[in-house]
Design a protein. Structure first.
Length: 201
C-alpha cells in the first residue's frame, strides 16, 4: 500500500480522511498547512499527496505549484479537494498547477478511495512505461541531431551558393567598370584625334 501525506487545516476532515485511508491499508502522515507539508515531504517523499485548497500559511494551490517546481517532489501526484473553491475555473487552475485530480468536498469515502486507487495505478503504469519512454526520448534526441546536422549542411550549402553569387556579381561589376573605362578611353582617343586633325588643317 502507499505512503500518503494528508494536508488539511480542518482537524475533523483530516481525521476522517486518515481513518478512511488507514482502513484501506495505506500509511498516512498528517500536516495542517502547505508549508509544514512541504517540509515533511522533503524529509520523506510521499507516494501521494492529498491537500485541501483553502489553508493558512500556504494553501493547496501554492503547495501544488511548489511541489511541481521541486525536482525531488515534481513526480509526486497531488489530489486537491475543496469545499470553497468549487467552480470549474478554480478546478482548472488546480489541474493547471499540476494536480492530477480535483475533488469537491465532501467526497464520499468510496469516491476518495476510488480516486486514490486510480492515481496510484496511473503512477504504476507510468513507472512500467518508463523504459519505453526512455527509449522514445533517446530516439527523439537522435532524430533531432540528424535534423540539426542536415539543417547545418543546408545552411553551409546556402552560404556557399550566396558566396558564389556574390563573386559572380562582383566579377560582373568589375567587367562593367572595365568596359566603361575602355569606352571612356576610346572616346577620349577619338576626341584627341579630332582635335589633332583640326589643328593640322
Amino acid at each position: 500500500m502507499a505512503h500518503i501525506l494528508i494536508v488539511d487545516d480542518d482537524e475533523l476532515s483530516r481525521s476522517l480522511l486518515e481513518l478512511t485511508l488507514r482502513q484501506a491499508g495505506h500509511q498516512v502522515r498528517l500536516a495542517a498547512n502547505g508549508a509544514d507539508a512541504l517540509l515533511m515531504a522533503r524529509v520523506k517523499k510521499p507516494e501521494l499527496l492529498i491537500a485541501d485548497v483553502m489553508m493558512p500559511v500556504t494553501d493547496g494551490f501554492e503547495l501544488c505549484r511548489q511541489c511541481k517546481a521541486d525536482p525531488t517532489l515534481q513526480n509526486v501526484p497531488v489530489i486537491l479537494h475543496s469545499s470553497s473553491y468549487i467552480n470549474p475555473q478554480e478546478a482548472e487552475l488546480g489541474l493547471g498547477l499540476g494536480a492530477c485530480r480535483y475533488l469537491i468536498k465532501p467526497a464520499s469515502p468510496e469516491q476518495m478511495l476510488d480516486t486514490v486507487e486510480e492515481v496510484l495505478k496511473d503512477v504504476q503504469n507510468s513507472s512500467t512505461a518508463a523504459g519505453f519512454m526512455d527509449e522514445e526520448m533517446h530516439l527523439l534526441r537522435s532524430y533531432n541531431e540528424v535534423l540539426f546536422h542536415k539543417l547545418e549542411a543546408k545552411v553551409r550549402e546556402l552560404q556557399q551558393t550566396i558566396a558564389k553569387h556574390q563573386e559572380t556579381e562582383d566579377a560582373m561589376k568589375a567587367m562593367q567598370a572595365q568596359i566603361i573605362q575602355q569606352e571612356k578611353m576610346a572616346s577620349i582617343g577619338q576626341l584627341a584625334a579630332g582635335v589633332a586633325h583640326e589643328i593640322n588643317n
